[in-house]
Design a protein around this ligand. Structure first.
Ligand code: NAD
Length: 397
């Protein structure tokens, strides 16, 4: 459970609520049985509903990775419950995992996603689960899911031509940049144009976060992905880095440099943005972190032990359920517009994300200051209170 004793005490959670939230509502495990031209025989699928208190629908992305586990999917579903509640969206929390290599040839990947949509078709058609992209999936895969359901609001993060939201692709990275700007002002007393930034991950979240931070004048000095990365003290040209990535499939080697992920975490920067995978900042490397501020672009990039070490060192952490919520805020808009058929402009999507995230930022900051707790505990306490209020309203507790 991601709520610790202090958060439980802060929100005055009773036994019944604690019981309901301490384990997932429902876990679906199945296998994709159709032939996949890849050597994989049967591909495992997990779909975890953590809490449907504020749903259905339950919302959360689809992760495709050869090492995704049920435990990880359950943790991510739990994060979604609190992220959706923190943003005050009428969504429960869920997550799906497909145990397959996300770098398979496109035709194999499409067959896998078709098989996935088929296996969970009742969840999709009933509107219980509304997927979106996560690690290893993109608008293309969401288009395949739409192709199976033919219901626009059954999936978000779709390509624009089939009802996707302009700005949804960039939404999470945009939100990370907006929250970073505000956090840099609040905690470092600086503007983005005065800070050096290191980013782990150059996929959907990391690459867009880099672009928007670069646009706002931040100096991005280092970027890594799963193969390693690059460093330039004077600041990396992000447009050139994107070209290198498109050609090579990695940011490693850009400008003739190589930087390991461990080296990235130890850099003397103002702002560190882990935007790749979970559990990368641990008790082993937390002591060596020199950044003053960490904004979590990824879900759960910092382990509990590392969180405590960072708090002791005075490093401020803006938690995932606030920092990377731009995607689900945009998804809510896409879902609503899927039902109504209305359209939105890219700038309107960005304005909604900025307004929502910054409003919640102030709320979390106030709670954190008043109760003298770190931002993560404040954010979780606000979110958990919203879930509890809803469960009370439904007569569940
Ligand atoms: P993605 O698949 O587009 O990109 C993942 C990135 O992580 C790639 O650059 C990859 O090379 C890198 N990576 C993978 N394994 C790594 C390793 N072992 N070490 C270092 N880098 C590694 O995924 P994404 O959609 O950008 O998601 C990134 C994170 O953000 C995930 O934690 C995801 O749950 C979270 N997130 C994504 C969204 C979204 O809208 N896509 C929304 C909220 C949160």
């Amino acid at each position: 459970m991601i709520l610790d004793d202090e958060v439980v005490r802060l929100v005055g959670m009773n036994e019944k609520a604690l019981n309901l939230l301490s384990e997932p509502d429902r876990v679906i495990q199945c296998r994709i049985r159709r032939h996949v031209p890849s050597g994989h025989k049967f591909i495992k699928v997990y779909l975890v509903y953590h809490s449907a208190a504020r749903g259905p629908p339950c919302k959360g992305g689809v992760r495709m990775s050869s090492d995704v586990t049920l435990e990880e999917v359950a943790q991510l579903a739990e994060i979604m419950t609190y992220k959706n509640a923190l943003m005050d969206l009428p969504f429960g929390g869920a997550k799906a995992g497909i145990v397959a290599d996300s770098e398979l040839p496109p035709e194999a990947k499409l067959t896998i996603i078709e098989g996935f949509a088929h296996e969970i078709r009742y969840e999709l058609l009933s509107g219980n689960y509304v997927p979106a992209p996560d690690i290893g999936t993109s608008p293309r895969e969401m288009a395949v899911i739409f192709g199976e359901t033919h219901i626009r609001e059954s999936v978000t993060g779709k390509p624009i031509g089939i009802g996707g939201l302009p700005g949804r692709r960039e939404a999470t990275g945009y939100g990370v940049s907006a929250v970073s700007e505000r956090a840099v002002q609040e905690f470092l007393g600086k503007e983005l144009s005065d800070v050096a930034v290191a980013v782990q991950g150059f996929g959907n979240v990391g690459s867009w976060a880099c672009s928007f931070l670069d646009e706002k004048g931040a100096k991005i000095v280092a970027v890594t992905d799963k193969y390693g990365g690059t460093i330039r003290k004077e600041g990396i040209n992000i447009n050139e880095l994107k070209k290198h990535f498109q050609k090579n499939g990695t940011v490693d080697g850009y400008d003739g440099k190589h930087l390991s992920n461990e080296e990235l975490f130890g850099l003397d920067v103002d702002l560190l943005i882990p935007a790749a995978i979970g559990g990368v900042i641990t008790k082993k490397n937390a002591e060596s972190i020199k950044a003053d501020l960490i904004v979590e672009g990824a879900n759960a990039p910092i382990t509990k032990e590392a969180d405590e070490i960072l708090a002791r060192k005075g490093v401020i952490v803006v938690p995932d359920i606030l920092a990377n919520a731009g995607g689900v805020v945009a998804s809510y808009d896409e879902w609503r517009k899927g039902k109504s058929g209305s359209k939105t402009k890219r700038e309107e999507t960005f304005a909604t994300i900025k307004e929502t995230l910054l409003e919640v930022f102030e709320e979390v900051l106030d709670f954190s200051t008043n109760k003298k707790v770190p931002l993560r505990k404040a954010a979780l306490a606000i979110a958990a209170s919203r879930v509890i209020d809803t469960m009370e309203g439904r007569g569940w507790i």
